[in-house]
Design a protein around this ligand. Sequence first.
Ligand SMILES: [Zn+2]
Length: 88
Amino acid sequence: MAEKKPSRRTVKVEGGPTIDSVPITYRHKIPIGRTLKYWDGLREGRIYATKCKSCGAVYYPPQSDCPYCGSSDIEWIELLGRYSRDLY
Ligand SMILES: [Zn+2]
């Protein structure tokens, strides 16, 4: 089979074809009561993340449900305290 030659209209673009990006917005509603510890922590100078008790995944910013396994069994862990102890 003969190799097909590119037509004259073929334009080679370095890096291949491009597509314009568009901004996307991801929104989800979380009851304030389930994130209250995070906001209270910021006021006290502490940074909290959430840890999934089922799979152990840690999320910052905190999640009310584990995006990985879907569990709602979440515990709060303090990030800043942990890292500041490592510094001193
Ligand atoms: Zn999980």
